[in-house]
Design a protein around this ligand. Structure first.
Ligand SMILES: C[S@@+](CC[C@H](N)C(=O)[O-])C[C@H]1O[C@@H](n2cnc3c(N)ncnc32)[C@H](O)[C@@H]1O
Length: 476
């Protein structure tokens, strides 16, 4: 619950920022408790080591929240952000922090979670594995086409008529406002060129963009997927069935970008832009692009999940496979398998792989990918983990020798963790995108397993996110 803030307590001056915190915020420790501080639109950004004046905007029982008003001295961890949209876009919140410092903060986050929440005995935690590419590392971006462009202070004050259509990213916490992006450093070419071409085409042909408040307009989103094979997928999402508007736009894209190998569209008449439940119509090229990893080919469809930093996904999988220490005789369970990529990546070193995942289309993708790669010792099962992972399943497919688990941010259900304890595989490799929930699960697994090695991996440079791999061995 928020409490009213007495006037005298609303502002604090020249306070030292101690650390990073979740969601790109920073943390200040005071005698009165913790304050989470963030920068503000048009104002200063914050970094650990800065000395700042802050304004308290929210007061809860456990902590206070503040925005920075002025920076008195800048931290040595800072560097110059490279993107003109930094500070407004919200996409890469750590661009103003040096990359090696980002890696240090990410490792510290893992150390803090595993030691404070997990409270298990730990080996030395390795330094964060850097991402080879720190720019243009994403293989998928979804841009929003909107009526309500974000206006600069200058534009707000101006009387001149302004075209408020935009193709770009949502402003943080403003679902109806979109920042037009001139250049994005997240995805390789031709991502920027395609987005700019669609914007120009829409402006030149008077195509209305969707308005999320009034639910009017036509163009909704532009999804671009790129692959390490050079293949490119584009999906244009529109709000109405108007072929006379759509076909010329798609023809234009085909002419301008012969690099597009898979061109698709979606007619989404719902009130929101999510398209997992929508039909994707393929107009040119196959309805997928291909990623390659060692001798494997993965087909990635318009709705398929694929790790967004392909190069670093390879590093993540390689460590996972190394730590699984397979000799060819093991039955491996790949829990939360998504499109089966980890399971297929280790399959040639295992006797059998069983992958479990609740998104049915992902399981279908996994089966297709097994067939495409001639892998016959991997089975993929669709269903909720807690329901599927039972002694009955082990009776049917055999008990696991090694488990690889890669759950969503919420971690594993306690029942699933306890089932693993009972199944007692020799080794568990736990890949996580949230070391706090991973630590909670490790505390339960501690009954039967000890942590042998910990490797934080940076999949998302310039963000606070960190992936973490832990290998556990059965206690003898
Ligand atoms: C972090 S992703 C794993 C990605 C995959 N290992 C890879 O590398 O591509 C987590 C996966 O767990 C699935 N999932 C989430 N909750 C689940 C549940 N209760 N039962 C089964 N699968 C679940 C999600 O659909 C998602 O594909």
């Amino acid at each position: 619950m928020s409490r009213k803030i007495p006037k005298a307590e609303q502002r604090l001056q020249e306070v030292y920022i101690d650390d990073v915190a979740a969601e790109g915020k920073c943390l200040i420790r005071t005698e009165e408790g913790i304050i989470f501080v963030e920068g503000r639109e048009g104002g200063p950004t914050v970094a650990p080591g800065d000395v700042v004046d802050i304004r308290i905007v929210n007061r809860k029982k456990q902590y206070r929240e503040a925005v920075a008003e002025r920076v008195h001295s800048y931290s040595p961890v800072r560097t110059e952000p490279f993107c003109e949209h930094f500070g407004t876009c919200g996409g890469c919140k750590w661009q103003h922090i040096k990359y090696d410092e980002q890696l240090r903060f990410k490792r510290q986050q893992v150390v803090d979670h595993l030691s404070r929440i997990g409270k298990v005995e730990l080996p030395a935690i390795r330094p964060t594995l850097p991402s080879e590419e720190t720019q243009y590392y994403r293989n998928k971006l979804e841009f929003t086409c909107a009526e309500g462009r974000w206006l600069t202070d200058l534009e707000v004050r101006s009387d001149a008529p302004i075209d408020k259509r935009a193709v770009g990213f949502h402003i943080p916490k403003r679902f109806d406002k979109v920042l037009p992006i001139r250049h994005c450093y997240l995805q390789p070419d031709p991502s920027n060129a395609i987005r700019l071409a669609v914007t120009q085409y829409a402006m030149g042909h008077d195509l209305a963009m969707y308005n999320l408040k009034t639910h009017t307009g036509y163009l909704r989103t532009l999804i671009i997927r790129t692959a390490s094979t050079g293949q490119v997928m584009v999906i244009v999402q529109v709000a109405q069935d108007r072929p006379e508007l759509l076909m010329p736009l798609l023809d234009y894209l085909r002419q301008m970008f012969p690099q597009i190998t898979s061109l698709n569209y979606i007619i989404n008449t719902k009130k929101n832009d999510s398209y997992q439940d929508q039909t994707v119509i393929n107009v040119a090229g196959p309805a997928y692009i291909e990623e390659r990893m060692e001798d494997l080919t993965f087909r990635v469809g318009p709705k398929s999940f694929y790790q967004t930093n392909s190069q670093q996904a390879y590093q993540l999988y390689a460590i996972t496979r190394q730590w699984a220490a397979l000799t060819g005789s093991e039955r491996v369970y790949d829990l939360y398998t998504g499109t089966g990529t980890i399971g297929l990546f280790v399959a040639r070193q295992a006797r059998q792989v069983v992958g479990i995942e609740y998104v049915e289309s992902a399981v279908e993708d996994a089966r297709v990918n097994a067939a495409v790669n001639g892998i016959t010792n991997a089975e993929f099962l669709a269903g909720d983990m807690q329901q599927l992972l039972t002694p009955t399943l082990f009776d049917r497919y055999g008990a696991p020798d090694v488990v690889i688990t890669d759950p969503p941010r919420a971690g594993m259900d306690e029942a699933v963790t306890r089932t693993l304890l009972q199944a007692a595989p020799q080794r568990i490799v736990y890949v996580s995108c949230n070391s706090a929930t991973q630590a909670r699960d490790l505390a339960i697994l501690d009954e039967g397993y000890s942590v042998k090695d910990v490797q934080p991996v940076d999949m998302f440079p310039h963000t606070q996110h960190v992936e973490n791999i832990v290998v556990l061995e059965k206690r003898s």
